[in-house]
Design a protein around this ligand. Structure first.
Ligand code: ADP
Ligand code: MG
Length: 265
């Protein structure tokens, strides 16, 4: 048996999330849609891992599969070595839509809700935990407000606080800032980075925006158009000397795909 410290060390160096050869398909009565084809990637603890690719390349589908909402046709997804078979509180999701909160519950109650449902904490501890994360997203003044009283950006902050309050192994974010105006989007990206500096959580973040991927990602998985296949894995802007150069590099790769797709039509 390994000594405790060795075991811990092994856990730290092993991938937190392992996606191997994952093909995802939708079967409709008339057609079979292949959304992703044999995707491989690994996410390590503390990664800000980006899935970047054009609309329709299967990013949301891949995130849904990691969330346990879809089963791969081929390949496997493992979290901490265990096969992902169902959704679970170890993988909290933040969506693009502003309507992901319960409209009849306040901000505080929305953030407490999953903590109470999963019996993770008792009522008073859940409230303390919820308020801790509500403060982290700078919404303490709005703890007793209802979702309809909040702006889109504030609603997304609540969704982030709700996800983080569960302290999941990995936070899954599907274009969470895509429906915001450009200024708010930039502000939210900065806030997410500040939160990460604070808690070093692990995030799998989907976007079709190259600048967003470069700004947020420590690692970027670039996917080809439909069906999504791995085109390249790159270090993000924060790990790279020149973001402008990285942006040009990614644009060139995506542009080559667009030309190929046009030629095949
Ligand atoms: P992205 O998030 O990259 O824009 P999606 O994962 O939403 O892409 O979709 C990938 C492909 O799967 C697209 O061709 C889309 O039309 C198809 N698709 C998505 N959801 C369904 C569904 N529920 N039924 C059938 N096809 C779907
Ligand atoms: Mg999508």
């Amino acid at each position: 048996m390994l000594a405790r410290s060795d075991r811990e060390e092994k856990l730290d160096t092993a991938p937190l999330l392992d996606v191997k050869g994952v093909t995802l398909q939708y079967k409709t009565p008339k057609t079979l849609v292949t959304a992703t084809y044999r995707i491989d990637f690994s996410v390590f603890r503390g990664d800000r891992f980006i899935l970047l690719g054009p609309s329709g390349c299967g990013k949301s589908t891949l995130l849904k599969a990691v969330g346990g909402y879809m089963t791969p046709t081929e390949g496997e997804i493992r979290l901490k070595g265990s096969l992902v078979k169902h959704p679970g509180p170890d993988r909290m999701m933040v969506f693009q839509e502003f309507d992901q909160l319960l409209p009849w519950k306040t901000v505080r109650q929305n953030v407490m809700f999953p903590l109470l449902c999963t019996h993770k904490l008792g009522a008073s501890e859940a409230e303390d935990r919820a308020m801790h994360y509500i403060r982290k997203v700078n919404l303490e003044k709005f703890a007793d407000s209802y979702p309809h009283m909040l702006s889109g950006g504030m609603k997304q902050r609540v969704a982030i606080a709700r996800g983080m309050a569960m302290e999941p192994d990995i936070l899954l974010m599907d274009e969470p800032f895509a429906a915001l105006d450009a200024l708010t989007r930039r502000k939210m990206q900065d806030e997410l980075m500040a939160l990460w500096d604070d808690t070093h959580f692990t995030v799998l973040f989907v976007t079709h925006s190259i600048p967003e991927a470069i700004k947020i990602g420590t690692r970027i998985l670039l996917l080809s158009p439909h069906p999504g296949q791995v085109k390249a894995e790159l270090n993000g802007g924060s790990c790279n000397g020149s973001s402008a150069e990285l942006e040009r590099h990614i644009q060139t790769m995506l542009f080559a795909d667009a030309i190929e797709e046009a030629e095949n039509v």
